[in-house]
Design a protein around this ligand. Sequence first.
Ligand SMILES: *[C@@H]1O[C@H](CO)[C@@H](O)[C@H](O)[C@H]1NC(C)=O
Ligand SMILES: *[C@@H]1O[C@H](CO)[C@@H](O)[C@H](O)[C@H]1NC(C)=O
Length: 630
Amino acid sequence: MRLFTAALACSVLSQVAHAFYLPGASPHSYKDGERVDLFVNALTPMLAGTDDSKLKSLINYDYYNPLFRFCEPEGGPKKQSESLGSVLFGDRIFTSPYDIHMAKDNNTCKTLCLVPDVDAKEAKFINDRIREDYALNWLVDGLPAAEMKIDLRTNDTFFDMGFNLGNNEGAHQNRPALNNHYEVVLKYHKPTVDTFRVVGVLVWPTSIGGAQTATPVCDAAGAEPLILNEDRTQAIRYTYRVTWSESDTPWATRWDNYLHIFDPKIHWFSLFNSSAIVIFLCVMVSMILFRNISRDISRYNDTDFSEDIQEDWGWKLVHGEVFRTPRNPLILSVLVGNGAQLCSMVGVTLVFALFGFLSPSNRGSLATVMMVCWSLFGGIGGYFSARLYASLGGQNRRKNAFLTATMLPTFIFIIVFFLNFFLLVAKSSGAVPFGTMVTIIVLWFGISAPLSTVGSYYGSKHGGIRNPVRVNQIPRQIPPSPKYLRPWVAAILSGILPFGAAFVELYFVLSSLFASRAYYAFGFIALAAGVVALTTATVTILFTYFILCAEEYRWQWRSFLIGGGSAFWVLAYGLFYWATRLSLESKTSMVLYLGYLFLIAFLDFIITGTIGFIASYWAVRKLYSAIRID
Ligand SMILES: *[C@@H]1O[C@H](CO)[C@@H](O)[C@H](O)[C@H]1NC(C)=O
Ligand SMILES: *[C@@H]1O[C@H](CO)[C@@H](O)[C@H](O)[C@H]1NC(C)=O
């Protein structure tokens, strides 16, 4: 019976999963000769093939940016609707004039259009984009057009999404050649005799120069490349040829070729590395803490002993101070509340990702789920913030509720707005459109902020957590503490370990964010996130113990700082990544990179700081509940 229920639950779950997959995941079956739409997405800078190549820009351009002069469909291109996350991550999808019919016109050379008058300014713009390794991104039936490549480490072939706008390698270093002919290979699968499904889209772009008005032959062999002159008006002819080939890849696994994990060994290595760090840490921390604390506690609680000669020492000395209200309890509780909201968002998103709901076939689903989760978890933020504020002895509940709902989002919104301004000036398509801005504001003020207020209400109703020991009337003097326990030094020192546990994954995350490489090693990143959380918690507890032993009782802000210490290393690593993997030429790209990097580090600071603070709070309460105070 139980088995049956489980099976039923599973099948219901998979139904739900299926519904969740829509619309990307229900197969589109074509009939023989049915029109197959080709959509064009924004142009993105791409890492050229070689291992030591660098990314040269961070700005996306609309396919129909007037300076490119690409062929437009009759009646003008039409914008396709997209999800919130897809828009945020830069997708701008339009219709195109390519005329493709399922399994028809095999191997026919076709002219897309002839652009008779590309002027010098446009030619320079195109050449500059070729020099920066821009790639075209097409979509056919939801599948991105790709170039077939070979992973040199394993000799596996895989599909690398996007293909070059032009060629600037070797002889073309100074005279870039524009690719104006596309060899398109469309792979289809026939589950039944008269249904056709698209299961692969490959493009080999080439450059065919010579007289652009002659009859097209679509033959790149022997043809001279098309090099645009930057000082006169010229013609460009775009041609394409579609080859249909039957494939035995079924529709369900058509993404497998695209989802190529480069060098899975390095993920395993990173995981092994971080697990070693965690085990080492946990053993060390538990040894230090258990040995010392149990000795301390038995000595503190040994009445005969303490009545006669024993004076209090170490962390027991500050028992009347540890729960003294820290400076700025309002800001601290607002940060922790928002941190808790972000932590829950990350946790739930990773769970979704682990179950495969966020595969790249669902464009933008990752960012959409994150935004929606963040809005829905406003209540968690409000609740944590209000309860912590009450526990820290804060009085101004309304101010706390208000700041929890608004402070952090406003700050982030200002940064995003500022970056968006730069994107607009650079005429990039990456700028967040007005409508999307409005959607985000609605999510924030319509869902997150009200939920946060409700959370705050319940948080204040439940009130603060009772402290296990009383706070003295008069604050103690604090002796000077050792150098390594000064707040910033301690933060930077303690940040090394969580960062060390995750920096390999961080490399992949940065590459997928900036070099538009899809990221799908979600199993690895979920484990890495778990390891980071554990490491942060243990290191912070350890440092808090040291701080209290040094009779420094202002541990609250320090534990937040120490927990967030990894943000410093994330920032440093981001700069290192810039130095080694990017060669940004425009000021806009630099500002964008620094802006995004700062945002990532800031969010990391809030999240890990919150983890550190909550872990220390728990540990301090445990510690002081265990001793007897006379
Ligand atoms: C298209 O042509 C290629 C080679 O020219 C051939 O292998 C393929 O089977 C053809 N496809 C169809 C649907 O006729
Ligand atoms: C990959 O193929 C090349 C030539 O075909 C061969 O020399 C090389 O050893 C292969 N590498 C691996 C890892 O199989």
